[in-house]
Design a protein around this ligand. Structure first.
Ligand code: ADP
Ligand code: MG
Length: 250
C-alpha cells in the first residue's frame, strides 16, 4: 500500500528526509517513532500529497505520488487528480480540527455530501453508523465544544473513515489528550486495525506500537535507523539511538 525508496525532502538547505525506505503491506499497521524533528510528520505529509517529494520514489497503492503514468511517460498530476487521490487517504492529526459550528454527525457527513456528492439521507445513515463504531452513537448531536478531547478525536477518526479511505495516516493522535482519554482513542484504532485497515501511525505509545503494529520504524534526523517487528525493535533494539530514545519515552 505504501512503498518508499530513497525518499528525500528538503526545505531550503535543511534536509528533512535523507532517503527513507519503508514498505507497508495492505492490511498492516506501521508505527513510526522517533524524536521531535526527525521528519515523521513530513513523511506522512508526503504520503498524503501535502508535500512534494524531492527525490526517490514514493508510491501509494501502486501509484507514484504526484504522478500519473501514460504509456511509459510520467505526467505530473493536476490539482483535481491530486484531490482525487487524497480522498482515498484518511488523515488524523494531533489536533482534532473539527468544524466547531457543526455537530459530531454533521462533521462526519460533511465530506461525503460536499465532496463526493452522497445524498444527505445516506450520508446521515453512514455517519451515525461510524459514530456508533467509535463509541459515540449517543453524542451525534453534540458540538465539538461539548465533547472531550478524546471524543473529538474519535469523531475525527469517524470523519476520516466516512470517505472510505484505503489508507489511514495518524500523526500523534493521542499526544494532545489528557492521559485518561488516550485509551479510548487507542481502542478505536486497535479495532480499526483488526478490521483490516492499512495504517501508518506516528505515535509515542510504545505499548500500542508493540501490540498493534505489524512493523515499527524508528526514525532519527531524516533517516530510518531501525525497522522491523515491533516486538524486537521496541524491546531489544540493535541500535544505540533507538535504545536511547526508548529509555526517554518509556
Ligand atoms: P517530526 O514530525 O518528526 O517532529 P517534522 O517532519 O515535523 O518532524 O519536521 C522535521 C524537520 O523539518 C524539523 O526540523 C522542522 O523544523 C522542519 N520543517 C517541517 N516543516 C517545515 C516547513 N514547512 N518549512 C521548513 N522547515 C520545516
Ligand atoms: Mg510531527
Amino acid at each position: 500500500m505504501v512503498h518508499a525508496r530513497g525518499v528525500r525532502k528538503h526545505y531550503g538547505k535543511l534536509e528533512v528526509l535523507k532517503g527513507i525506505d519503508l514498505t507497508v503491506e495492505r492490511g498492516q499497521v506501521c508505527c513510526l517513532l522517533g524524536p521531535s524533528g526527525s521528519g515523521k510528520s513530513t513523511f506522512l505529509r508526503c504520503i498524503n500529497h501535502l508535500e512534494k517529494v524531492d527525490g526517490g520514489r514514493l508510491a501509494v497503492d501502486g501509484h507514484l505520488v504526484g504522478y500519473r503514468r501514460h504509456g511509459n511517460r510520467l505526467h505530473e498530476l493536476r490539482e483535481q487528480e491530486v484531490a482525487q487521490r487524497r480522498r482515498e487517504i484518511g488523515m488524523v492529526f494531533q489536533r482534532f480540527n473539527l468544524f466547531p459550528h457543526m455537530t459530531a454527525l454533521e462533521n462526519v457527513m460533511e465530506a461525503p455530501v460536499r465532496v463526493s456528492g452522497v445524498g444527505r439521507a445516506e450520508a446521515h445513515k453512514t455517519a451515525q453508523r461510524l459514530l456508533d463504531r467509535v463509541g459515540l452513537g449517543d453524542r451525534a448531536a453534540h458540538y465539538p465544544a461539548h465533547l472531550s478531547g478524546g471524543q473529538q478525536q474519535r469523531v475525527a477518526i469517524a470523519r476520516a473513515l466516512a470517505m472510505k479511505p484505503k489508507l489511514m495516516l495518524f500523526d500523534e493522535p493521542t499526544s494532545a489528550l489528557d492521559p485518561e482519554l488516550v485509551g479510548d482513542v487507542l481502542d478505536v484504532m486497535r479495532q480499526l486495525a483488526s478490521d483490516g485497515m492499512t495504517m501508518v501511525v506516528v505515535t509515542h505509545e510504545i505499548g500500542f506500537a508493540r501490540e498493534v503494529g505489524d512493523t515499527a520504524v524508528f526514525m532519527d534526523e531524516g533517516v530510518v535507523v531501525e525497522a522491523g517487528d515491533p516486538k524486537r525493535v521496541l524491546v531489544q533494539p540493535e541500535q544505540e539511538r533507538t535504545r536511547a530514545f526508548l529509555a526517554k519515552v518509556l
